[in-house]
Design a protein around this ligand. Sequence first.
Ligand SMILES: Nc1ncnc2c1ncn2[C@@H]1O[C@H](COP(=O)(O)OP(=O)(O)O)[C@@H](O)[C@H]1O
Ligand SMILES: [Mg+2]
Length: 327
Amino acid sequence: MGNEVKKELLDDFFKALIKYEEFKEQLKETKLTPNLTVLLYGPPGTGKTSLTRGFAKKYDIPICIVESDRLVSPLLGDTIKNIRGVVELAADISKERGAFILFFDELDAIGSERSNIHEVGEIKRAVISFLQVIDRINYEGVPLAIFGATNHQHQLDSAIWRRFTFHFEFDFPNYHLRKQIIESFINKIKKAKIGVDNSIFSNLNNEYKEIHAIAKELENKLGRKISEFDDNVLWEEISKKSKIDGLLKLTYGYSGSDIERGTRVALFKAISTELLTYDMFFNSLRLVGGTAIHVERQDVLSSTKIRANRTKISEERRKRLPSPPEI
Ligand SMILES: Nc1ncnc2c1ncn2[C@@H]1O[C@H](COP(=O)(O)OP(=O)(O)O)[C@@H](O)[C@H]1O
Ligand SMILES: [Mg+2]
């Protein structure tokens, strides 16, 4: 799902959440009332939490972020009690004050083999309890939205997966988005009145233009749209045609959060010299490295490296992905 589409849908969701009380009764009659549940999944540092926080702020809706693993206790009874406790408390607040967001981060801690609950039967009971409490809230028509975020969607219990009305996938930013993210961080530094060498912007622009031109040419040649990640043709073509060795190439497989970390490192250096240079920025980003290396995303990495391996790995990954939601 494209970033813009995702933002638009989330925007609609938040608008509806604000008006939910007003339309509650009419909605009940239609029997089509959607559960106010949103599942965000994808690699760490790709904006699941920050985007939700951003929307909550935009619409002035209070949000409470729960680290799900903190609800898990070796005593199953306690896990269930903790889950109920949190949701019921949020529901009470929501009944009194209107729209409210309860955000379960690392939701897989409750409902997957990865959780600290070891016995399969116990996982099931914790999951069932989680689903029951969500169902009840939805049935009561409380304007409480429940968000769940996970980096391990293929491990998430399929019942949880199905129960969430909306599913939004997050992925590593493509070169268009990486350019925007880099520019936004550099502009922040500039705004803080720390000198920024303009070659950062000009080099970035030149590299972008070159990649984009090759991408367009390749699309024309192949007669189809290409994606930087789903298809390994783009970077192969680039390596044949160009000597690009800039920020966009370096940050292939980086998350927004990796770019942010690299910027922080660069900023540290820039403060002492009072000028952020291109080399400083490039080297800092290289130093922090990209998340794709750490999260079994060889499919992302292989487009520049091990092509033969890619198909095999992505097939295995596909097998592990949860089944599509039932409608
Ligand atoms: N698409 C993005 N655009 C700009 N910044 C991003 C993006 N994705 C992540 N970040 C940066 O990384 C930080 C951590 O992201 P976060 O929302 O916590 O990721 P996740 O919840 O997916 O692990 C954010 O505060 C933000 O500064
Ligand atoms: Mg997060």
